[in-house]
Ligand binder design. Structure first.
Ligand SMILES: C[S@@+](CC[C@H](N)C(=O)[O-])C[C@H]1O[C@@H](n2cnc3c(N)ncnc32)[C@H](O)[C@@H]1O
Length: 241
């Protein structure tokens, strides 16, 4: 991976950074388009002091939504097209996925997506508190072996940071095809200033009205796995308490 697209953050990351060889067009997108789509100085190299990035000067007054691990970006693109007055930040360390999304952005001419091609924990470091109005975690890596569970997103390391950067009243959506992940998410997310809003298992098999199926969901459905959709809201703390 080239220097420019390597976040360089010194954290353990257990996923893949790169898969098949990229096409010439994808490489040219990565070199020509990615920098302009950055949400600000996120990586350790660019921002060694981990100062908060100035989202207002980048996005104005637009509400900001975040998609963690967007894969090939089909859901991110869909939300951006449907919500032109929202600024969406997508975060994905798998560079083939980033290249794929850049192709879609280039083709559609969409203007309201920015991309951090790295680990969401780098982004959490520098996002201002209360800056994100909606966050999506769609088919996160399941890490099914018990000894690998601590690599999951639904751990205190990630959830504590997410809770900090989310606005009060902001929405956090999770889709998963792993029942154990679903059950754990219901328990764990609520320990981090979120309340579940879709009554646990009662209607968790119904996708959101504005949903578009992702690549991983299609795979899960082909393999006859059930899918679960969870919605949480960040608690509002009364100023009188
Ligand atoms: C199972 S895939 C799902 C991709 C996509 N959301 C979908 O539904 O098709 C999980 C994605 O999360 C990304 N991911 C894993 N750890 C991450 C992290 N710490 N920060 C950002 N993305 C991460 C992976 O690179 C991978 O693309």
């Amino acid at each position: 991976m080239s220097k420019e697209i390597d976040s360089g953050v010194r954290r353990n990351f257990y996923g893949r950074f790169k898969g098949q060889s990229l096409t010439k067009t994808q490489v040219s997108f990565l070199h020509s388009d990615l920098k302009a789509l950055s949400p600000g100085s996120v990586s350790l190299e660019e921002n060694p002091e981990r100062l908060s990035i100035d989202l207002k000067s980048r996005f104005g007054q637009n509400p900001i939504w975040l998609e963690v691990g967007f894969g090939s970006g089909e859901h991110l693109l869909h939300q951006a097209l449907e919500n032109p007055n929202i600024s969406l930040i997508g975060c994905e360390p798998y560079i083939n996925g980033v290249a794929s999304l850049l192709g879609k952005i280039n083709k559609s001419g969409i203007q309201n997506i920015s991309i951090y091609p790295g680990d969401v924990r780098d982004l959490f470091d520098v996002l201002p508190s209360g800056s994100i109005q909606k966050a999506f975690l769609l088919y996160p890596d399941p890490w099914p072996k018990r000894r690998h569970n601590r690599r999951r997103f639904i751990t205190p390391e990630y959830l504590g940071s997410l809770a900090r950067v989310m606005k009060e009243g902001g929405e956090f959506r999770i889709a998963t095809d792993i029942e154990d992940y679903f059950n754990k998410a219901i328990r764990e997310v609520q320990r981090f200033k979120f309340n579940i809003t879709n009554n646990g298992a009662a209607n968790s098999c119904v996708p959101w009205k504005d949903w578009i199926s992702t690549r991983y969901e299609k795979k899960a459905l082909r393999e006859k796995r059930s899918t679960f959709y969870l919605t949480f809201k960040k608690r509002v703390t009364s100023s009188f308490s």
